[in-house]
Design a protein around this ligand. Structure first.
Ligand SMILES: [Zn+2]
Length: 368
């Protein structure tokens, strides 16, 4: 091939690569905008139009709606957590506090964990008293009964993850069928936590949850069709476009989701790991650093309650990457509006109050 031909081929390749990336972005997401009309009483009942985005994640078909005007409302950082009385009262007989944990929390069967509970640093892992999974454990994050969202230390987060992974390995060595682990954190009652003391939930089942199955099977199909890992492809595109890319901390990239499952959603994608079983000290350290930044960044919005959960393959899988998603929940005060209404609970369609691109631009500085 002559040098001129090589030049043309290279130029064409560059052109088509760029073209492909645009097409690929369109292949991942879709958006339809409509307007809704009303006569606004605060504007002399003049006709007003409001734009609503219907967003879809093409991989799974999951959809959400965002009212653009609503998402632009300035968030007021709330103060005066209405939970001080509850925190004080709940501390008196808390089963998860160091004085009670040995006598009041269940122990694992010796065939699963010979010592009865797993301990590491301030973390103790023990069975959930009322499990909703074949293997369902609870792990305390701190010895202290209450910590604010930005008060968790890196070591506390790291130890919680390490102890949790140890638990997952204990289950794996006992039961070859239970292969779908989930690491989750409901932080404070607006996120569904019935116990104030900081704790995470660990489940392992023989089958994935509805949404985990949707992602795992869709990613397998995506890989079979494109010979490429969906999450790594998504990260490449998000990094190039930058609108929803927050940053990279070691082996973990952080983005806001195009089709969030909740408000102010942040998603962490592990570069080299598809399952919770494969987390090692380095990936746990990187993940913990990122989570600490998420918690700190949330304080900018006055967020003090969240749900966190992982999506994990059953073992290393070239079609999948380990994902962690965090969504903000209402501010913990005595009277608050729940953010899950009929759309979320009965129609499984999420009304998102924040624009993912705005969340990314606001919170990016915390990940730099
Ligand atoms: Zn406690």
């Amino acid at each position: 091939m002559s040098s001129l031909q090589a030049l043309i081929v290279n130029k064409l390749r560059y052109h088509y690569q760029n073209l492909l990336e645009v097409i690929n972005l369109r292949d991942l997401f879709s958006k339809r905008s409509i307007v809704s009309e009303l006569r606004n009483p605060t504007e002399d009942f003049n006709l007003e139009t409001q734009a609503i985005e219907y967003r879809k994640e093409l991989l799974t078909g999951r959809a959400c709606r965002i009212n653009v005007k609503r998402s632009e409302r300035k968030k007021q950082a709330q103060t005066g957590m209405g939970y001080s009385e509850l925190i004080e009262l709940s501390a008196k007989n808390c089963y998860f506090c160091p004085t009670n944990i040995k006598t009041a929390t269940p122990m694992f069967p010796s065939s699963l964990v010979p010592e009865g509970r797993i301990k590491l640093g301030e973390t103790t892992v023990f069975p959930n008293l009322f499990p909703f999974a074949k293997y369902h454990a609870v792990a305390t994050v701190s010895r202290q009964h209450f910590l604010g969202i930005d008060e968790f230390t890196l070591k506390q987060i790291q130890d919680t993850l390490k102890a949790s992974v140890k638990y997952f390995h204990c289950v794996k060595s006992k039961d070859q069928k239970a292969v779908y682990p989930i690491f989750s954190w409901n932080f404070l009652p607006p996120a569904g936590a019935s116990v104030i003391h900081p704790h995470v939930q660990l489940t392992v089942d023989e089958q994935p949850t509805n949404l985990a199955w949707l992602y795992l099977s869709a990613c397998k199909r995506y890989y079979a069709k494109h010979k490429e890992n969906y999450w790594m492809h998504l990260l490449k595109i998000e990094k190039e476009h930058g609108e929803r890319f927050l940053g990279e901390i070691g082996e973990v990239s952080w983005i806001t989701s195009y089709v969030p499952l909740g408000n102010d959603e942040i998603c962490g994608v592990l570069h080299n790991v598809s399952s919770l079983y494969s987390l090692d000290d380095t990936s746990i350290s990187d993940l913990s650093k990122g989570l600490k930044r998420v918690f700190t960044a949330y304080t900018l919005y006055g967020v003090h309650s969240f749900n966190l959960s992982t999506f994990s393959a059953s073992s290393e899988d070239e079609s999948f990457r380990l994902i962690v998603r965090i969504i903000a929940r209402p501010y913990p005060q005595s009277y608050y509006n729940n953010d899950a209404g009929y759309m979320e609970r009965l129609h499984e369609e999420v009304i998102v109050e924040s624009m993912p691109e705005k969340v990314a631009s606001d919170l990016k500085e915390y990940f730099g």
